[in-house]
Design a protein around this ligand. Sequence first.
Ligand SMILES: Nc1ncnc2c1ncn2[C@@H]1O[C@H](COP(=O)(O)OP(=O)(O)OP(=O)(O)O)[C@@H](O)[C@H]1O
Ligand SMILES: [Mg+2]
Length: 644
Amino acid sequence: MPEYEQDLLEDLVKTNVFDPVLIRRMVRYLKPYWHRAALGFGLMLMSTLLTLAPAIIVAAMVDVVFVPAATTTAIPVGDGPAAAVSAKGGLYDFPGMRETIHALVPEGGDLATLLWVFAAVFLLVKVFQFLVDWGNGYLLASVAQSVLFDIRMQVFRHIQTRSIAYFHRHPVGRFVTRVTNDVGSLDEFFSQALVMVLKDIVMLFGVATLLLVFNTELALIVMMTIPPVIVATLVFRRYSRPAFRKFRATVSTLNAQMAESANGIRVIQLFGRAAKNQQRYDGTGREFRQHFLTFRHAHAVFRPVYMSFQAIALGFVIWFGGAWVLDEPLGTGGFTVGMLTLFILLADMFFQPIRDLTDRVDHIQAAFTGAERIFTVLDVKERIPERPDAVKAPRFRGEVEFENVRFSYLPGEEVLKGVSFNVQPGQMVALVGHTGAGKSTIINLISRFYDIDSGHILVDGRDVREYTLHSLRRNIAVVHQDVFLFAGSIRDNISLADPAISEEQVIEAAKAVGAHDFIMRFPEGYNHILQEAGKTFSAGERQLLSFARALAHNPAILVLDEATSSIDTRSEQQIQRAMRVLMKGRTSIVIAHRLSTIQRADLIIVMHKGQIAERGTHGQLLGEGRIYRTLYDLQVNGAVRERV
Ligand SMILES: Nc1ncnc2c1ncn2[C@@H]1O[C@H](COP(=O)(O)OP(=O)(O)OP(=O)(O)O)[C@@H](O)[C@H]1O
Ligand SMILES: [Mg+2]
């Protein structure tokens, strides 16, 4: 199965465009802006009708100015337009036309004056239409952008407050592409497709009405070509749509492959995957080219077919209409040259909206699918619940207690199987154990990133669920195994742009953990902007920055998940020093991979398969602890062997 098919499958999830619930939900976003929307819509209607005006003006001009009155009646030159055109019939006899013309032409004007009047009216109508277009374009675009702004902010706010567990199940890359694309297709819909579709519909009905009003017979002849056009369109869509979908899906895949190659460039080059990757990209590129060409080919065939129907319709108009003009004795008020002109112009206008509408169906479909997907994201309720009576935590003294805590990430797979321990304020507790034993899990639970299955986690004697999330987390600083730095200045990375943390505090914190010197190596110092989210920093430097961040926030409880990556001895000493500064005067819970770090701990907890296997001080555990003893021996002997 080609790779793009994954994207294709996602694309194929079709949405019912006429789903009333979905429509109502989309319309709700328009509500705050309905004044602007209504005005913009009104102007749009007006603009569309004004598009029809020139055809009528030109046709009327032909009848009124250029077609001489019945040959039997000489034009009474100098007697004014009233006399000159009185006997012409055709468009001139159309209700209201006569009065309008007479009102516009000054007394005593002749045919030349009439011509000027037509030119002036034409120009005025056009200028007016431009003004209306400007107003409706701006209003509708501003409504569309306001709605999209609201949707974007809502999605962002929503995502930011979902629980961590939600993100485990939704790979970030795909998720971001989805949301961006879906908002993008809504953007296209609101700012273009919707307006255009409405315009096309109004236009279609406007032209059809005019045709029918002026001459029903000829109107029906023009409309006879609609069924074959629709059939041709359906056939075309059958061929072009799969190709369209496929080429769009291959674009997503191409993007994904490009992103993956750029992100994983180290691994790719290290393991010599470049050629393989190239091959894969090459294959997808070819798929894209092929599907795109199929799509264009369908277009290339359809256009002439479609234009032929338009030409046939025009041919009929000229054939029948022209014959009628010839048959009618001039001045009898039958089918005139002006009418023929009008029909030729209108028949031309009639086909454009039909063609455009068929093109836009895909956009509308995409927008509704996008809307539905966005709503699916917005409907995710998953978040850590906050009790209505949750209290704002004061600054903690720093007592942490686990009471028979059981927890599983996935139902049925318990990761913590009844863990109990107590940390007194200001104490240092260390968690050790084999990889996957559940150490990181324990510290994630203290900040309540997940809720436990049973048992209690108490901070200062109160269940963590009784505090508001924000006040709980404000009291706890977590330094994670993988330090997260974001694009921004070093200062913002330390203060996290918290206005309560002054520049002095940032520098003080950096100095205390020994990060100041390396920060000052940059010409801009604390204003240095991180490249590639800090990937150019060494692991030790990143660690120090994260320590400075924790220290600047002055938490009551410090939680530290030490990185496993090896750091040279000198940096290690520096980091050890920094950790001591960091832990001073607060409760700290530390996961240490280097046992040298934790020899001073008040309590060492040895985790094994989700349970506490041993506990005690370093001295006690060396004497009694079997697992601890083994770990220690491994490290010490390993270290000895390394040095040899
Ligand atoms: N988000 C998750 N979803 C499902 N299982 C998870 C998740 N996070 C961790 N686990 C599983 O829970 C167990 C405990 O993981 P944890 O991260 O707590 O280990 P650890 O003791 O910190 O290991 P390490 O020393 O390697 O950091 C592991 O078996 C792991 O695979
Ligand atoms: Mg871990």
